[in-house]
Design a binder for this molecule. Structure first.
Ligand code: GLN
Length: 486
């Protein structure tokens, strides 16, 4: 297998069946991917840490199981890139923050355990915006990740490392977290599939919390079917997460290949307003493709979505300011010594947090402060309810909604770094699903005028993952073929 990323571009399902059948060793699969990493990682910086030795041990153990005729799971020997806010027992988990320097989690996240049970091989921990706050993976204590399609561009964020890793062929699968769009937006920028599950469908146990009422872990993959397979592996009830839904993982693959004949698709005006003309053109082509495949596409207006961004930027920082209070220089990672505890706490947080994290903590503390609580936090909660109700009305007449994932294709590194508001606007189209707790997916659909990937977003009601993946698969089949391999 060559190291140009192309021949490593096999699906996870393919690799797992070859490994399980003993036709190919997990060790060889791993080596092929490590070779791709060696050749391109210096230019991309997708990883905070590559777990070569741990992964080799794991691959060898899978090969021994295959040789012994023991059952191996549905991801046997498949390399997976993990966002560095997912706890890995004994292995550094940094959230790309200085404040977690040197911290090694005493447990595995539930999704990490489920990956291990399924036979997957964790190949590395990926770079991210610090504590998942950002849309470009530039807010990282170890420097930015670059877009594999054009290294002058951002990969999106905050799960930019996982998106870039999958796009570059470093691993066929990746995991990210999506609080306001952090899986779907980087998936769109990097030309891969990225999906945010229904809130509660995937356990958050061991996901370092940003905004707990919005955070969800979800899959990155090069195909819709692989993303669905990964969701089936990581999803399902977990008693360790009090917000975990009862029941098994969504049967994400159950309707793949069913097509969209007769489905009612709502092309949502608010998920296009403000999109660049080339991005909007791809979304219209996607709508047309679904119509050709038999769907009934109608335009729908959901004005409440326009208030989503403002509500999110009160709610998410409010929850973050509370969640991040735990980094006190005592319990985790960095400590900057000072004469007394309060001074130590202040010095540690001053040195350990980056500028964007500090901005969020201050915004959130302000939104929650006495006298302002009702005007800001309370009002934002009421807007959240309006968004939920607006979705319910839209879904009375439509099975799924369609729109852009992000307003533009990948932007230049540095171009929004000094303008938080411009950066926040990248999430305009992804935030409504987080506020409602609904699933949504970004599917690559052609390219923009700059030749960079465009993502089309499909949104569905809570727990409608099988339907969501069916529509995504129909879009995948209709994708314009000129796509570039980075
Ligand atoms: N970009 C958004 C933010 O900065 C969303 C982040 C996320 O989904 N983790 O808050």
């Amino acid at each position: 297998m060559s190291a140009d990323g192309r021949s490593a571009r096999r699906t996870a399902a393919d690799i797992a069946s070859a490994v399980a059948a003993g036709e190919e060793s997990a060790a060889a699969v791993l080596d092929a991917h490590l070779a791709v990493i060696e050749s391109r990682e210096p230019d991309l910086h997708a990883f905070v840490s590559v777990l070569g030795d741990e992964a080799r041990e794991r691959a060898a153990a899978i090969d021994r199981s295959v040789a012994a005729g023991e059952p191996v799971g549905p991801l046997a020997g498949v390399p997976v890139a993990l966002k560095d806010n997912l706890c890995t027992l004994g292995l550094a988990t940094t959230c790309s923050s200085k404040i977690l320097e040197g911290w090694r989690p005493p447990y595995d996240a539930t999704v990490v355990r489920r990956l291990a049970d399924a036979g997957a091989v964790i190949i590395g921990k990926t770079n991210m915006d610090e504590f998942a706050m950002g849309s470009s993976t530039e807010n990282s204590s170890s420097g930015p990740t670059r877009n594999p399609h054009d290294t002058a561009k951002v990969p999106g964020g905050s799960s930019g490392g996982s998106a870039a890793a999958v796009a570059a062929g470093f691993a066929p699968l990746g995991l990210g977290s999506d609080t306001g769009g952090s899986i779907r937006q980087p998936a769109a920028f990097c030309g891969v599939v990225g999906m945010k599950p229904t809130y509660g469908a995937v356990s958050r146990y061991g996901l370092v919390a940003f905004a707990s009422s919005l955070d969800q872990i979800g899959p990155f993959a090069t195909t819709v079917a692989d993303a669905a397979l990964l969701l089936e592996v990581i999803g399902g009830h977990d008693p360790a997460d009090s917000t975990s839904l009862d029941g098994p993982a969504p049967a994400a693959r159950s309707r793949l290949g069913e097509g969209v004949d007769g489905l009612r698709v709502g092309l949502c005006a608010q998920l296009l307003t403000g999109a660049a003309p080339d991005v909007a053109a791809r979304v219209h082509e996607a709508a047309e493709a679904l119509a050709v495949a038999g769907a009934r596409v109608e335009e729908v207006s959901i004005p409440e979505f326009d208030y989503g961004l403002s509500a999110y930027y009160l709610l998410a920082p409010a929850e973050a300011s509370s969640n991040l209070a735990r980094y006190d220089g005592v319990r985790y990672g960095l400590r900057v010594d000072a004469p007394d505890a309060a001074a130590m706490n202040r010095a540690t947080r001053t040195a350990g947090f980056g500028a964007e994290v500090k901005r969020r903590i201050m915004l959130g503390t302000y939104a929650l402060s006495a006298g302002y609580y009702d005007a800001y936090y309370g009002q934002a909660q009421r807007v959240r309810t309006l968004v939920v109700e607006a979705f319910a009305r839209a879904y009375a007449d439509h099975d799924v909604l369609l729109g852009a994932t992000a307003p533009t294709t990948a932007f230049a590194i540095g171009s929004k770094a000094d303008d938080p508001l411009a950066m926040y606007l990248s999430d305009l189209f992804t935030i409504p699903s987080n506020l409602a707790g609904h699933p949504a997916i970004s599917v690559p659909f052609g390219t923009g005028d700059d030749g960079l990937p465009v993502g089309v977003q499909v949104l569905a009601p809570a727990l409608a993952e099988p339907l969501l993946f069916a529509v995504a698969a129909a879009l995948e089949v209709a994708t314009p073929q000129e796509e570039t391999v980075p």
